[in-house]
Design a protein around this ligand. Structure first.
Ligand SMILES: NC(=O)c1ccc[n+]([C@@H]2O[C@H](COP(=O)([O-])OP(=O)(O)OC[C@H]3O[C@@H](n4cnc5c(N)ncnc54)[C@H](O)[C@@H]3O)[C@@H](O)[C@H]2O)c1
Length: 286
């Protein structure tokens, strides 16, 4: 048996880093006049001096650049306000709404309030997601329930209310994770709640079909967001075999979300899109 270890082959990561991946592309009014709620529209603070953009902030900013009015929901007012400031500073339309999605009673009123302020509702992006990071031996019932309340229960409650108030022909997206398919993180509440989102997405699509409302799920892989960097600080080798020699960006999540929430994807429904540069398909560097 060979004990030789191989360093991953050299690759120029910039070969796949297009203007879209960096949030620098021109915009085309792909969501002109649409009214969208993004849940988890802020982003966590990190130790990084130059933090990358998170998924929720990137999709809020991109939706607004493409012409949508965006309700930025978050438990952290400052984080949501920063997203709104970026949007309005670029001439877009957005406002903050503070809600803790673990609070069952807060969700339906938040959807109603935001839809009223937006003048209707065409899109809902359920980005919020947390992780206790506890392995199976260390898991507690409280930590398990907290992850599930935020990652799954809140998505069900948001979708339930949104299906009631949303205009026919609207779209809902959920942000799951590649962790839904793998035990690599030793993180069972996160992994199983992310897998549950995939089934929930199909159930929402089924319930929305009468009104022509679609629901799809994005499952990102290794992303260079503040959340991803936190994970890499815990496990520095977690993404060494990633395709293209780089992790994905929050903008790449946002562009996928833009397609799925816009009318461009009008026949894409109950689908899960793995946004992982092919990693799940066996494209592994090394
Ligand atoms: N590496 C990655 O970035 C990665 C990979 C796969 C999947 N994901 C998924 O992407 C989503 C998050 O990405 P992000 O970059 O926006 O993360 P983030 O942690 O930077 O931001 C999420 C936002 O959610 C808010 N939030 C947390 N708990 C809340 C609550 N109880 N009520 C309301 N808001 C709350 C936070 O305040 C924060 O502003 C999650 O669903 C996560 O599972 C991320």
């Amino acid at each position: 048996m060979s004990t030789t270890t191989h360093a991953p082959k050299a690759i120029d990561p910039s070969a796949s880093l297009h203007a879209e991946a960096l949030g620098l592309a021109k915009n085309h009014g792909r969501l002109a006049g649409r009214r969208v709620i993004v849940v988890g529209a802020g982003q966590r603070t990190t130790v990084d001096e130059a933090p990358s953009i998170g998924n929720g902030r990137a999709m809020s900013v991109l939706f607004a650049r493409e012409g949508a009015s965006v309700a930025c929901l978050d438990v952290n007012k400052d984080a949501a306000d920063d997203t709104v400031a970026q949007i309005t500073g670029e001439g877009g339309k957005a406002f903050t709404d503070v809600v803790d999605v673990a609070d069952v009673a807060a969700i339906a009123p938040a959807v109603e309030r935001c839809a009223q302020r937006l003048g209707g509702l065409d899109g809902l992006a359920l980005n919020v997601g947390i992780s206790s990071g506890l392995s199976l031996p260390k898991m507690t019932a409280e930590a398990w329930d907290r992850d599930y309340a935020v990652n799954v229960r809140s998505h069900m409650l948001f979708a339930q209310k949104a299906l009631e108030v949303m205009a026919p022909g609207g779209a809902i997206i959920l942000i799951s994770s590649m962790a839904s398919q793998r035990a690599g993180g030793r993180n069972p509440a996160y992994e199983s709640s992310k897998a549950a989102q995939i089934a929930l997405g199909r159930a929402i699509a089924r319930a929305g079909e009468d009104k022509g409302i679609r629901c799809n799920v994005i499952a990102p892989g290794f992303m260079d967001t503040p959340m991803g960097r936190d994970a890499s600080r815990r496990r520095s080798d977690r993404a060494v075999t990633v395709p293209f020699g780089r992790q994905g960006t929050g903008w790449e999540v946002a562009y996928t979300a833009l397609f799925l929430i816009s009318n461009e994807s009008s026949y894409v429904n109950a689908h899960t899109l793995f946004l992982d540069a092919g990693h799940m398909g066996g494209i592994v560097r090394g």
